[in-house]
Design a protein around this ligand. Structure first.
Ligand code: ATP
Ligand code: MG
Ligand code: MG
Length: 380
């Protein structure tokens, strides 16, 4: 079976690796260069998008910022999952918030901004500090501003108005102001829904960010109440969109109550631990759903961790000397802060996971891999 993936980054690469044992062959479409390529070698294929759409059995996406013409072409084929509506909900925060409001799933209080006066009224009604985000662009914390009491609002507005002005009548730009949520921690849930509406949900993952970028995820015991809130949000959102595939939801945990930060209509960085931490990874389950195959188990084999490798030239080979540790390299050219790969750890107990994280600190510096030492200590 051939599946066309919109996007040619590490998520398409890992789908390709998960697809091989299922006899699923992945073809990537790089939306930036508008070229079809092999997701592992990045060798360009001399084929048009229309021909690839006609020849493939199913189409999916590894990211949400996809031009409308490409989405429309894929949607017209009738084999695009999770579909145009879901991709748009993930790629435009104004659509995402409308979906959250419609389903009654709690999220950070917000206000849309399309002109200068809206910024003043957002400051007035939501209060400071504010997190301001571009609605149609941005990932890894890019395209955001923080407005605090001592911020230069005029300077921030001038950057915001540049973004607003870059929109067009066909594709208008908007900006959203959110109340800064004083969360205790961030968690996410990754679930999968098939064409018949069956759902399977992985354990809730606790996530740490640095400068808006995910650095570390932990999948370990969590209260049934938190798990239930995450499952409720997943089933409401996935059912509303008649979603097919893997859907990720990021939350803020505020005193035991989950509030959605954002959704991602795709496999997600906070689910990479499932590659070793479960028998059926998020990548495999996504392909199974899209291909119309039965869903696989989402049960964890043991407490697990995922450490992001950001901007490093290499993953230290010595990490592999710690048992049950695997390294995943994306084959990308190095740039400061760029997601280059990740390290997965799975253990028999939380204590054993703590010991493994502590052992890894011999090879992973606190500066480059924040949180590993601290989480290791906490778990032991
Ligand atoms: P991603 O790579 O996850 O798609 P993104 O660019 O879409 O990132 P967000 O997830 O919206 O960005 O924000 C990045 C991080 O900034 C969050 O994980 C959280 O730590 C912080 N953040 C975002 N919104 C808020 C908020 N309203 N209150 C407090 N912190 C926030
Ligand atoms: Mg995002
Ligand atoms: Mg996010």
């Amino acid at each position: 079976m051939n599946i066309l993936v919109l996007g040619a980054g590490q998520l398409a690469r890992m789908m390709s690796l998960a697809g091989a044992p299922l006899n699923i062959n992945i073809i990537s479409y790089d939306v930036g260069s508008r070229q079809l390529m092999h997701p592992l070698t990045l060798d360009v294929r001399d084929q048009s998008l229309s021909d690839a759409i006609a020849e493939c059995d199913a189409i999916t996406a590894e990211f949400e910022h996809i031009p409308d013409d490409v989405l429309t072409l894929c949607a017209a084929s009738g084999k695009f999952y999770p579909g145009k509506q879901a991709i748009k909900a993930g790629g435009d925060r104004s659509i995402e918030k409308a979906l959250l409001d419609k389903t009654g799933v709690p999220c950070a209080p917000y206000q849309l901004i399309t002109e200068r006066s809206h910024l003043d009224s957002a400051i007035e009604s939501l209060g400071l500090p504010l997190v301001i985000k571009t609605c149609q662009a941005g990932y890894d914390g890019k395209g955001q501003w923080r407005v605090k009491a001592d911020s230069n609002v005029e300077q921030i507005w001038s950057e915001m108005s540049d973004f607003l002005a870059a929109g067009s009548a066909d594709a208008p730009h908007s900006i959203i102001a959110e109340k800064m949520i004083p969360f205790q921690r961030e968690v996410s849930v990754i679930g999968v829904r098939d064409k018949a509406g069956n759902m399977a949900i992985y354990p809730v993952t606790e996530n740490e960010h640095n400068g808006g970028v995910l650095t570390l995820s932990l999948a370990k015991a969590i209260s049934t109440d938190i798990h239930q809130q995450a499952v409720d949000a997943f089933s409401k959102l996935a059912s509303e969109m008649d979603y097919v595939g893997v859907l990720a939801i990021e939350f803020f945990d505020v005193g035991g109550k989950l509030m959605v930060n954002e959704i991602a209509p795709r496999v997600h960085n906070s689910g990479h631990w499932t590659q070793q931490g479960t028998l059926c990874s998020q990548f495999e389950n996504h392909l199974r759903a899209v291909a119309g195959l039965p869903l696989g188990t989402t049960e964890a084999l043991g407490p697990s961790a995922m450490i992001n490798v950001l901007g490093q030239p290499d993953i230290p080979a010595d990490v592999l000397s710690v048992s049950n540790v695997t390294s995943h390299w994306y084959g990308k050219t190095q740039r400061p802060g760029r997601k280059m790969g990740h390290i997965n750890v799975v253990a028999e107990s939380e204590e054993a996971l703590g010991e493994k994280l502590t052992a890894l600190t011999a090879f992973l510096s606190e500066e480059d891999y924040p949180g590993v030492a601290r989480r290791g200590r906490e778990l032991v």
